[in-house]
Design a protein. Structure first.
Length: 91
């Protein structure tokens, strides 16, 4: 029990130092059918650090929430592009 308490206390400062989640909106090309957003969403969810993905088929966008210490927007763009849906960061 004592070892567990020490481990929890030792890990707490590291958790406190973790950066807050960030969100980015990607403009996604080639989403032309109702199944396309599913492919885009799955490709983004496979990126380590992604916690949520919301696709807007009408606007051709993906809002991605991610842990900045685990991934960056460039990895998200690479994931959609590799799936056949090139994307850019929406300004």
């Amino acid at each position: 029990m004592r070892k567990l308490l020490i481990a929890v206390l030792a890990a707490t400062p590291l958790a406190a130092l973790a950066a807050a989640p960030k969100a980015v909106t990607l403009t996604v090309q080639n989403m032309t059918c109702p199944l396309c957003p599913l492919t885009v969403k799955k490709s983004l969810e496979k990126v380590d650090g992604v916690s949520s993905v919301k696709i807007d088929f009408e606007r051709k966008t993906a809002i991605v929430t991610y842990a900045p210490e685990k991934t960056q927007p460039e990895a998200l763009i690479r994931a959609t592009t590799n799936a056949g849906y090139p994307s850019t960061i929406q300004k």
